[in-house]
Write a protein that binds this ligand. Structure first.
Ligand code: AFP
Length: 358
C-alpha cells in the first residue's frame, strides 16, 4: 500500500507552494495522472479490450491511426476540457488546436495550454512493446480567447513537461523546473508513488540509440559519431559501445534517464521536406525539459532544442539528447563539419562534401 511513501499529489503540493497559479498547475498535473491511469488500464488489457489494431483513418501526420491513438487522445481531451484549468490544447492526433471557453463561475479561469502526443510509439502497440504519452504545459494568454499562435512558445517557456511510459510498470516522469522525478503506479490503490526522486542522467555513456536503417541519409557528423561508436575499442573512442532502438521515443528516453545513453533522430535527407521525424512541440520540447532537468542535454545538432522559436504546431525538428559528454561531442562534430574543420575525418560514404551542402 506504500503508506507513508510520497504520492504524486503530496509531492506536487510540496513542490508548488507559490499561490493560486502553482496550485492550479499541481491540480492540472494530477488531472494528467488520471488520464494516464485510464490509458494504462486500456493498454494493459491489450487484445482482451478489443483496442488493438488500426483504424481506416490517418492523422494530420499522414500516419495510420491506431484505435488506442484515438482512445488515448479522447482521454486527454476529456481530462483537459472537464478539468477547468486548460484554455486550449494541441494534440499530435488533431490538425487544429482546440479552444475551451471558460464556463460561468470558473474563478481562476483557464491559465494553461496543453500540448501532447497521446500515444507515442503506437506502431509498437500490436506487438506488445512499451508505448507512452508525452505532455507539455505552457501558459495561456490572460483576458482573451486563445489563438493558434499562442501555442508557438519556445520550450524554455514550458511550465511543466513529462511523459508516461506504459511498460512492465506504468510510470509518470515529469518536471516543473525543479529537477526530474519519477512516479510508479500502484495499481492496487491507483496512486502514483514517488520512486525516482531527482533523476540524474550519467554524463558518460557507452550506449547509443538511432535507427541505423537511415544511415545513408545522415549528415556526415552523425555518420562520424555512429561509425566511431561501431569501431569501439579498435577506433578513436577506444571502448566498445552498445546500440538500442525501441522505436518508442518514450521508452528510449526513459532508458537514458535510468542508465544514460544518447538518443538520435537527426536531420536526414530521407525526405528533404522534413528537417526531422520528431515533432518539436509535443516530443522534442517536453523531452528536452525532462532531460535537461536531469542533467542531460537536448539539441538539434546545431542548437539547443528549448531555444527553438516554433513556427508551426506540428513542426518537425532533429533530436539529439542524453548524456552530456556524448551530446557535447556530437555538437562539436556538427560544428567541425559546418566550419569545414573536420578534414581529418573521411568517411568512405562522403567522398564529395557537397553531398550535403545547400
Ligand atoms: P509512431 O508513434 O508512429 O510509432 O512513431 C514513434 C516515433 O514518433 C518515436 O516515438 C520513435 O522514436 C520514432 O517515431 C521511431 O521512428 P522509426 O519508426 O523511423 O524508427
Amino acid at each position: 500500500m506504500h503508506l507513508g511513501r510520497t504520492t504524486l499529489s503530496k509531492f506536487l503540493i510540496q513542490q508548488l507552494r507559490g499561490g493560486d497559479d502553482e496550485r492550479d498547475l499541481a491540480a492540472l498535473l494530477v488531472d494528467i495522472a488520471a488520464a494516464v491511469k485510464a490509458i494504462s488500464s486500456m493498454t494493459s488489457k491489450g487484445a482482451l479490450a478489443g483496442v488493438l489494431g488500426s483504424r481506416e483513418a490517418t492523422n494530420v501526420q499522414g500516419e495510420t491511426q491506431k484505435k488506442l491513438d484515438v482512445l488515448s487522445d479522447q482521454a486527454f481531451i476529456n481530462t483537459f476540457q472537464l478539468g477547468g484549468l486548460t484554455a486550449g490544447l494541441a494534440s499530435e492526433e488533431n490538425d487544429q488546436p482546440m479552444v475551451f471557453e471558460p464556463s460561468p463561475g470558473e474563478v481562476n479561469g483557464r491559465r494553461y495550454l496543453a500540448v501532447f502526443d497521446p500515444l507515442d510509439g503506437s506502431s509498437n502497440i500490436d506487438v506488445n512493446v512499451s508505448v507512452g504519452s508525452i505532455f507539455s504545459i505552457i501558459r495561456a494568454p490572460k483576458g482573451r480567447r486563445v489563438k493558434p499562435e499562442d501555442f508557438l512558445q519556445s520550450g524554455a517557456r514550458q511550465l511543466a513537461a513529462g511523459y508516461a511510459i506504459y511498460g512492465p510498470s506504468t510510470m509518470l516522469v515529469l518536471s516543473v523546473g525543479q529537477g526530474t522525478h519519477g512516479f510508479t503506479l500502484d495499481r492496487e490503490v491507483g496512486n502514483f508513488i514517488l520512486t525516482h526522486r531527482d533523476i540524474q542522467i550519467p554524463t558518460q555513456t557507452s550506449e547509443f540509440a538511432i535507427n541505423t536503417s537511415n544511415a545513408r541519409f545522415w549528415e556526415p557528423p552523425v555518420l562520424r559519431y555512429v561509425e566511431e561508436c561501431q569501431a569501439g575499442r579498435t577506433g578513436p573512442r577506444e571502448r566498445d559501445f552498445n546500440m538500442r532502438w525501441i522505436a518508442s521515443m518514450v521508452a528510449d528516453v526513459h532508458r537514458i534517464l535510468m542508465r544514460g545513453g544518447v538518443f538520435m533522430y537527426p536531420r536526414d535527407t530521407k525526405d528533404p521536406s522534413k528537417p526531422g521525424r520528431l515533432r518539436l512541440m509535443y516530443e522534442a520540447n517536453p523531452m528536452a525539459m525532462v532531460v535537461e532537468q536531469a542533467g542531460g542535454l537536448a539539441i538539434t545538432g546545431r542548437e539547443r532544442s528549448l531555444d527553438i522559436a516554433p513556427e508551426a504546431i506540428h513542426q518537425r525538428v532533429p533530436v539529439i539528447l542524453g548524456s552530456k559528454e556524448e551530446v557535447d561531442r556530437i555538437a562539436r562534430y556538427h560544428q567541425a563539419f559546418d566550419t569545414g574543420t573536420d578534414e581529418q575525418y573521411r568517411s568512405p560514404l562522403f567522398k564529395d562534401r557537397s553531398l550535403f551542402q545547400e
